[in-house]
Ligand binder design. Structure first.
Ligand code: OGA
Ligand code: MN
Length: 208
């Protein structure tokens, strides 16, 4: 078995996940890797049609414009796409680490590219469905262009509880390269109205 190597960067992420159920980091991927992933997404978007994203479990998907306006393309971990391989390698490394240190028992991941055109949003929701409770951690990576500004909209709002149990809203801007990980079962969230096309990879780390 490979020797266990302590990773101080992962430890910071894990501390945040334990202490406040979410974490935000801008350095999980390098600027070059983000450029590659963005270019890859844009090429895929020009070659294939992204699907209008639905709401609810696979067995009962519904497209509800008033809830969610993004277009998605599921990623395939077994594809030969070198840039996707790089993405999966980095994520899988992290999964192995948290499985060894946090006993979360993450078995698999599912990931899709997402594009929110101008004028779209995703209303407040939780990422677990009654019929699929395996989603444990939600992982969102923003692939917007380097000149992305907060007034382009599309901030991710996390609905948290303060020490007194009162709800507070934490706004996270969709800066390129930013990775947000949060507890899928606990944190309700929404994507605010988007004013410029907004690109990301969204995924879920799931237990068996
Ligand atoms: C989702 C979602 C958040 C984001 O796809 O379920 O909440 O910031 N995405 O894109
Ligand atoms: Mn969500």
């Amino acid at each position: 078995m490979a020797e266990f190597a302590f990773n101080s960067f992962y430890e910071l992420i894990i501390d945040d996940l334990i202490n406040r159920k979410y974490c935000v980091t801008d350095t999980f991927f390098t600027v070059e890797e983000i450029d590659l992933l963005r270019t890859n997404l844009l090429i895929k978007q020009s070659l294939t049609t992204f699907k209008k994203a639905a709401v609810g479990p696979l067995s009962n998907e519904q497209i509800i414009e008033e809830v969610r306006g993004d277009f998605i393309l599921w990623m395939d971990e077994s594809s030969s796409d070198q840039i996707e391989k790089m993405y999966f390698n980095k994520i899988n490394n992290f999964i192995h680490y948290i499985n060894r240190t946090c006993y979360l028992g993450i078995q698999e991941g599912e990931f899709h590219y997402a594009c929110y055109p101008e004028g779209t949003f995703y209303k407040r929701h939780l990422d677990v469905f009654h019929t699929d409770v395996r989603r444990t951690l939600s992982v969102v990576l923003y692939l917007n262009t380097p000149d992305w500004q907060p007034d382009n909209g599309g901030a991710l709002a996390l609905y948290l509880k303060d020490a007194a149990g009162c709800e507070k809203e934490e706004l996270i801007h969709a800066q390129p390269g930013r990775l947000v990980i949060f507890d899928s079962k606990e944190i309700e969230h929404e994507v605010q109205m988007v004013y410029k096309p907004r690109y990301s990879i969204t995924g879920w780390l799931k237990t068996r």
